[in-house]
Design a binder for this molecule. Sequence first.
Ligand SMILES: [Zn+2]
Length: 462
Amino acid sequence: MKRKLKIVNADVFADGQLKKASIVVNDGIIEEILEGDRFEPFDGEILDCTGKIVLPGSIDTHVHIREPGSEERETFLTGTMAAANGGVTTVLEHPISVPPPYNSEILENRINIAKPQMVVDCGFYGALGTESIGNVKDMKEHGIVSFKTFLQEPMKGREREFKGLTISDDYNLLKAMEEAHKYDMMMAFHAENDDIIKGITKELTDSGRVDTKAHYESRPIVAEIECIIKLLVLAKAADTRILICHITTSEAMKILKTAKEQGIKVIVETCPQYIFTSEEECIDLGPMAKCNPPIRKKDDVDKIWDYINDGTVDIIGSDHGPYIIEEKMPGYDNIFKAPAGFPGLETRVPLMLDAVNKGKMTLAKMVELICENPAKIFKLDHKKGFIKPGLDADFMIVDMTKSYTIDKNKMYTKGRDVAELFNERKVQGYIEKVILRGNTVMEDGVVKDSMAGYGQLIKPYQ
Ligand SMILES: [Zn+2]
């Protein structure tokens, strides 16, 4: 591994803006940022980035690799190679493995499986279910970045994946929030009212509806809103910091904006599938576009952008959820038989760069949503999220002028066969190179599996 690196002739994103500068990296850490075009002799490797911009490596706040348990869908090797390919230098991995990491022994086992395979750095969520409320302190001490909780009974047939990860009654939910608050831990939630969804799904299937549209109808906007309001009420009572994952509707955004103004400690995440496509655009993809909550109608999608640009949305995670094609295929005959989710690690940053080029948001807003805010919210900004001296030398080298077409066949995720949602979309803004702690992990679409084990475990500062 090389010790000294100098990036020269680039437009570097530092202090909230692009500036002509050189970056000196020593032993994986940013040593100095030299503004302007200065030429000084240098005794290490020089990387000329003329015409390119240098951004902080992205942190993906919402990733499902699922190992151990579902290695046919993804492993830490393929998942972190996909991350590197998509400009992501830090993966925050959600706790749906078999079993979910709801105690420190399971967590440590999971980390031991991941470490030798990791191409990029990883932080881990812990599971917090009714049976594991007593484990909050111990899990914090083991360095998890947040807890994640689902608010329903484990899904039928997926009980082993959801053990210790669900709280289905409000008494235990409040208790869990109080315990999390006691140890200054954040809780992340999938926010949809399961009673409403179950009831409507039964109505639909009883009447013979198993078509693609039935899935969209089975998860109406009110299910998201009801759940979010409940979470806000309880979080306010327990004074707990909560993260609401993958918000999909402008109505929910409006409520969250008000909640933030009132001082409720709520972090708002949305995902590319809720802002770069719509139900109308992707309904023909059937099970390949199935996710929970579902992709919403164009009208709602357009309105979400106002909440991205006014600061209501804090972070954009991918909700990377790979499946093999055999799992998705039954969904063409009966949408309820297909699992929800699709890969997203390799399309999230490209779509965001394209949105900057199209004028939908500024470059500074993009960096805030996928680098800076994730680092601050998960207490990783002592190492990640910014280009400044003392932090890890994690960069994306980007050619903002280059257009290309997203090709699922060039992806590293094992779920590439089901990555139809943004396949063949033309985007502008090409990630030429990804650097993690001073070393190249991706160059021109190539990630080498020889980098397995280079990625490190990242823990929040206490
Ligand atoms: Zn998820």
